[in-house]
Design a protein around this ligand. Structure first.
Ligand SMILES: NC(=O)c1ccc[n+]([C@@H]2O[C@H](COP(=O)([O-])OP(=O)(O)OC[C@H]3O[C@@H](n4cnc5c(N)ncnc54)[C@H](OP(=O)(O)O)[C@@H]3O)[C@@H](O)[C@H]2O)c1
Length: 318
């Protein structure tokens, strides 16, 4: 897979792909590649205006793209529910869900449901979304995949069950690390649950983009009004980051490559895992801790009110 590029995405004719955060950065580049391969892409965006603008840009590059821009604010469980209901009403089958949207190192704030924002958007919103769409994925013709975007920053994360929403003390990077570790705990636990239920046609896979030049790095400085941090990020992005299209490759690989297995983790194979073509990688020991994953799953079900009845979706014995 060393020379793998977006041109290697296999034909996706007839496939439906849902991408969160599709209007910017990695989600935008992923949308372009999925559309070029022939998929219908549901662009889940928190602003439909930004989503439509991005869709126009995708169509400039891929004139016959089939795109469906819809509102999905992961910081609002009602919006996630409404989005999923809309998708369910339109499509019987969903072949790929990319849990990609995210925020990084923002000052402490809360979602509409009272969750710390990074945990709420990056993990809990996606937990709810995947739960709402799971039956469409599992019952689709052929194979389906749920791809969850994590980060190398998961290694500095710790799930603090005593203060999940970091009300006691808040560190923006600690909270980001927690949310990105939660992404992996979720992705691997979902794969274990699918396998335990005998669901073989749906895989849960994880990825990270390395360091890619996107809007992500600017949201924190913007929110805290720090021009210095903004300027430093600009320099760092220019010097160290790979391009957003390259950052999208691990997600595209995880979503489409034939040799991907459930529970795999993909990231860039070059310098410090920050750049380069996608390869299968190992994540931290903490991300594979099954007790933590089960506990987080239970808490996530309680907080979101979204339950996963995977057994009910499993194939019946003949
Ligand atoms: N870029 C990197 O170096 C890097 C490294 C490690 C991990 N990642 C991960 O990659 C993913 C994509 O980030 P990116 O780099 O492409 O950043 P980006 O350019 O800032 O894109 C993030 C996307 O998430 C959306 N989003 C933010 N809050 C949302 C909400 N409440 N509801 C729905 N969508 C929301 C944004 O929408 P708006 O445009 O409306 O804000 C945007 O479309 C994230 O999960 C991030 O943690 C990125």
């Amino acid at each position: 897979m060393s020379d793998w590029t977006a041109d290697d995405v296999p034909s996706m004719d007839g496939k439906r792909v849902v991408v969160t955060g599709a209007n910017s950065g990695i989600g935008f580049e992923g949308t372009k590649a999925f559309a070029r391969a022939g998929a219908t892409v549901v662009m889940a965006c928190r602003s439909t205006e930004r989503g439509e603008r991005a869709a126009s840009q995708v169509r400039e590059a891929v004139p016959d793209a089939t795109l469906d821009v819809r509102r999905c604010d992961l910081a609002d469980l009602a919006s996630v529910r409404d989005f999923a209901a809309g998708v369910r009403g339109t499509y019987d089958e969903v072949h790929v869900l990319c849990n990609n949207a995210g925020v990084m190192a923002v000052p402490r704030s809360e979602t509409d449901d009272g969750f710390e924002t990074q945990l709420g958007v990056n993990h809990l919103g996606h937990f709810a979304l995947a739960g709402h769409l799971l039956d469409r994925l599992v019952t689709s013709t052929g194979e389906s995949r749920i791809v969850t975007q994590s980060s190398g920053a998961h290694t500095m994360g710790e799930v603090d069950f005593a203060d999940l929403h970091r009300e006691g003390s808040y560190g923006k990077w600690e909270a980001y690390g927690q949310s990105k570790l939660a992404n992996l705990l979720f992705a691997y636990e979902l794969q274990r649950r699918l396998a335990d239920a005998g669901v073989e046609g749906t895989k849960s896979v994880a990825c990270h983009p390395g360091y890619a030049d996107t809007n992500l790095q600017y949201r924190g400085p913007e929110a805290s009004g720090s021009r210095v941090r903004y300027g430093l990020m600009k320099v760092a992005n220019t010097v160290f980051a790979q391009s957003a299209p390259k950052g999208a490759l691990p997600m595209l690989y995880a979503a489409t490559a034939p040799d991907v297995k459930g529970g795999d983790y993909y990231g860039p194979g070059g310098f410090l895992g920050m750049r380069g073509p996608p390869e299968r990688q190992e994540s931290s020991d903490a991300s594979s801790d099954e007790d933590t994953a089960e506990r987080l799953w239970t808490v996530s079900e309680e907080l979101t009110g979204v339950g996963y009845d995977i057994e009910a979706l499993a194939p019946r014995p003949a």
